[in-house]
Design a protein around this ligand. Structure first.
Ligand SMILES: NC(=O)c1ccc[n+]([C@@H]2O[C@H](COP(=O)([O-])OP(=O)(O)OC[C@H]3O[C@@H](n4cnc5c(N)ncnc54)[C@H](O)[C@@H]3O)[C@@H](O)[C@H]2O)c1
Length: 278
């Protein structure tokens, strides 16, 4: 995707690693100033480590090494005031906010009837309320400016039921409803709002012992090589997982001038799983 984002200011949540880092690098390489936001802290109900402040610094380092511009913000999307403060800071320093990618998220596992209150509440708090906080902070200055691109990251898990991920699926379906509603509320303002639904992506969210144990309960200490064929079976296109850059391409498209009349869609990067859905 060759769109030029010179002069644009882009806020990306969950940018310390994984897909968020890939989006951040891609925008910066195309001339944008990137505000990379991440909590950089573990969460008790999440069964794998989240990003660290070193990860966030590494995102900034990679951007600067590529000749791009990056500011880092350490904030938790569960804190609405922190998101408002982050956007206020962006406007004070840069005078504009052109693109917002609400990407921060967590995963966790368990059958619906075995989820604890804490697992449920934390999942909804980060993966749905966190997106709400991000959009509520970012959309008003875009509307006032008469232009802007809002992109939320849901999941193919937000397009169908997914055993052991009921709380995750509920939050991601919620992100789709929230984003489509915002798209209508902003229609005619010059601001678009769209959802990207990745399938399985090659990031730390899927490469950890907790997730491997879900896919290979019969193997002691399963490895990446052990689980790859099992992940692959999920996808008609026989990919075990897609690259973060595959999702970035969709994000860049939705942020580009070519997508100016695209709003309220869910763009699925699901390695063929979409063909099984209505
Ligand atoms: N990896 C996949 O297979 C997959 C599939 C579909 C959708 N997604 C979604 O893509 C997005 C990015 O995930 P990823 O694959 O890069 O995983 P990841 O775990 O590598 O990255 C998630 C990032 O979000 C940050 N984060 C988590 N909770 C936060 C909070 N409360 N406040 C601020 N930052 C927080 C983490 O520190 C981390 O840097 C998530 O919304 C995820 O649900 C992932």
């Amino acid at each position: 995707m060759s769109a030029d984002f010179t002069g644009a200011v882009v806020l990306i949540t969950g940018a310390a690693r994984g897909q968020g880092r890939s989006h951040a690098l891609a925008f910066a390489e195309r001339g944008a100033t990137v505000i990379a936001l991440d909590a950089c802290a573990d969460i008790a109900t999440v069964p794998y480590p989240l990003a660290t402040s070193d990860d966030l610094a590494q995102t900034a380092h990679l951007i600067e090494r590529a000749g791009g511009m990056c500011r880092t913000v350490r904030a938790d999307v569960r804190n609405g005031d922190a998101l408002r403060a982050a956007v206020t800071g962006i406007l004070a320093e840069h005078g504009r906010l052109d693109v917002c990618v609400a990407n921060a998220g967590i995963a966790g596992f368990g059958p619906v009837c075995e989820l604890t209150d804490a697992q449920w509440a934390t999942m909804l708090d980060v993966n749905l309320t966190g997106v709400f906080h991000t959009l509520r902070a970012a959309a008003p200055p875009m509307k006032e400016a008469g232009s802007g691109r809002i992109i939320t990251i849901a999941s193919m898990g937000g397009r169908a039921g997914t055993p052991n991920l009921g709380h995750y699926a509920a939050a991601k379906w919620g992100v789709i409803g929230l984003t489509k509603t915002l798209a209508l509320e902003l229609a005619g303002s010059g601001v678009t709002a769209n959802v990207v639904c990745p399938g399985t992506v090659d990031t730390p969210m899927v490469h950890n012992p907790a997730m491997y144990g879900l896919f290979a309960p019969d193997i002691e200490d399963p490895t990446r090589e052990d689980v790859a064929p099992r992940y692959r079976r999920l996808n008609p296109m026989a990919e075990a997982w897609t690259a973060p850059e595959d999702v970035t391409a969709a994000v860049l498209y939705l942020a580009s001038p070519a997508a100016r009349h695209v709003s309220g869609i869910t763009l699925e990067i699901g390695a063929g799983v979409s063909a099984r859905m209505q």
